[in-house]
Design a protein. Sequence first.
Length: 107
Amino acid sequence: MVCVQNHYNLAHRRDDALIDALAGQGIAYVPFFPLGGFSPLQSQTLSDVAEELGATPMQVALAWLLARGPNVLLIPGTSSVAHLRENLAAAAIELDAQVLARLDGIG
């Protein structure tokens, strides 16, 4: 097995322990619906953090996933080149421990 793909994002966190266990075994985890899917992620905390960082809420949600663990791989969907660029920019967002704690409170 090289990866596991399940529903997981900032608000749906049932696989927290699984992600950690997989990381210990060198197995990738690919979050399904990383931005919420048919019901996009909505949180005042997420919006506040995004505004503070000069980013979009979805960029912050992706940055949080990337910070979640070294084995988390993202495949967010996109419908335009502009949206692809926005998603890629999430990789450059650095979340400090205080911001991570605030975002962790969402789940």
